[in-house]
Design a protein around this ligand. Structure first.
Ligand code: HEC
Length: 444
């Protein structure tokens, strides 16, 4: 991955955001005015933009697996109209950053206008199969059980947890099985993590490490990657990892959420898999801007914005961003104000959707100098006009339940100068004069 030097960042940061080329590929349609066919025109688009989820055992996005495979003509034909509808509305492929950031994030999922046009025309003109000999060869997917590849450590909850009939919403920290002897006889660095929720009652999971040094401090757990609806497995950029300290025990903060009623009980024993770095890597951290607990939403209010801001104590490098709110979340915007006065907008999510907890991964990491002011604005819609809203008449505060709200502008980062991070241990904040807020919260 190419990096900016710090000086070029100031010059280029804005340009990257404005000028970055869209990397949606051109459609192959040979005949724009003619009738597109599955083999020649549609399948290449599905392969590029849909099949990573729409295949048997597709990406398990926090327990959300795409409902139907779109690999063959036979599988796709019945969905032609639905496909036209969801690509026209922008629902699929799911991606919520504003178009201004096209080309900025490596996990961007978008279609070009020409691709959308091709899919619409295909559906309108009888969804024809075309000549199978002209179809691209089928893509090969890793057959491995885990999409992160062969894990080094797989742990389930130590015991099945009984989610009883009456349970609606519960956050509970449960112990995972013991780490096998020898695996954590030294610090390890997590370079990828994947969760397998065991039942549909799982809403999200956050991993925590309890270390010999943190065990006796309340809230002193170290946050590990987690999983929430619509989130991809965590895979970190080469050269970085999240430290899993020697001797750690693994805990999972389970968030169960379901409709209550007779016969809805389940026993849940969810699983997490970690891949460790083989070679030395630099430690990366997850932080959020400001104090996320300072929030309040009046009842029946739309366009309610809350801005959190903080100043960097050191030069840092940001790899990815994860805005996290609950059902009333509607908007998110990350801005950096550099010490030289330059203002740089680095992610805007105009229609935040709680069901898609996307981590936006920079293609080119963002380097920010000490003294930069980070500002994260979240917008909420607490009216009946928000179809996700459980109760527009409620005044809403911070809380772990999905019906409460959160205000977490997460970012994944490392010290630009690795020596700034040496010997810190425990929880580390990039900000001036602040302890990282408590261990609760969500996201991966
Ligand atoms: C990141 C994973 C992902 C990608 C990429 C993706 N989908 Fe989906 N898709 C889903 C999931 C999950 C659902 C289930 C709907 C939901 O819960 O929102 C879905 C639902 C759908 C539906 C609606 C099914 C119904 O029951 O009405 C259609 C149609 C669809 N996708 C088409 C596409 C097409 C076409 C593409 C590519 C242009 C695409 N999807 C890309 C994950 C994905």
């Amino acid at each position: 991955m190419r990096r900016f030097t710090r000086t070029s960042l100031v010059v280029c940061g804005l340009l990257v955001l404005i000028l970055a080329p869209s990397f949606g590929a051109e459609t192959s349609s040979k005949d724009k005015s003619g009738t597109p066919t599955f083999s020649e025109d549609v399948l290449p688009i599905l392969q590029r933009s849909c099949q990573t989820c729409h295949r048997p055992a597709g990406l398990n996005l926090g327990g959300m697996i795409a409902p139907m495979p779109l690999l063959t003509y036979q599988e796709t034909r019945p969905w032609a109209k639905a496909i036209a509808r969801v690509v026209e509305s922008g629902e699929m492929p799911p991606w919520h950053a504003s178009d201004d950031y096209a080309g900025v994030f490596s996990n961007e999922r978008t279609l070009s206008d020409a691709e959308i046009e091709t899919l619409l025309r295909w559906a309108k003109t009888g969804a024809r199969p075309g000549d199978p000999d002209k179809a691209p060869p089928p893509l090969e997917w890793p057959s491995a059980e885990w999409s992160i590849g062969e894990p080094d450590l797989v742990l389930s909850l130590a015991e099945p947890f009984h989610v009883d009939d009456d349970l609606v919403d519960l956050n509970i920290v449960l112990a995972a099985e013991a780490v096998p002897v020898g695996v954590l006889d030294r610090d390890r660095y997590i370079v990828a993590a994947e969760y397998k929720p065991d039942t549909e009652a799982v809403h999200h999971i956050i991993g925590f490490a309890v270390t010999p040094e943190s065990a006796d401090r309340p809230g002193g757990f170290l946050r590990l990657p987690g999983i929430a609806p619509g989130a991809e497995p965590s895979e970190f950029p080469p050269g970085y990892g999240i430290r899993l300290p020697k001797g750690s025990k693994i805990m999972m903060q389970m968030h169960y959420h379901k409709d209550p009623g007779p016969g809805t009980e389940v026993y849940d024993q969810s699983t997490v898999a970690f891949k460790f770095a083989d070679e030395p890597v630099q430690e990366m951290y997850v932080s959020s801007v400001g104090d996320p607990r300072k929030m309040y939403l009046p009842a029946n209010t739309k366009d309610h914005f809350i801005t959190q801001e903080e100043t960097l104590a050191k030069d840092i490098t940001i790899m990815s961003l994860l805005p996290h709110m609950h059902y009333r979340g509607a908007y998110s915007h990350y801005v950096a104000k550099l010490p030289d006065g330059t203002e740089m907008s680095f992610l805007e999510v105009p229609r935040y959707d709680f069901n898609w907890q996307t981590r936006y991964r920079f293609k080119q990491h963002l380097r920010l100098p000490a003294g930069t002011r980070l500002e994260v604005t979240m917008g909420y819609d607490n009216t009946a006009g928000n179809p996700n809203n459980p109760d527009p008449n409620a005044e809403v505060k911070w809380g772990d339940s999905t019906d409460d709200e959160m205000n977490l502008g997460f970012f994944y980062w490392a010290f630009t100068d690795a020596s700034d991070g040496e010997g810190l241990g425990g929880r580390v904040s990039p900000f001036l004069a602040r302890e990282e807020a408590g261990s609760s919260g969500s996201g991966d």
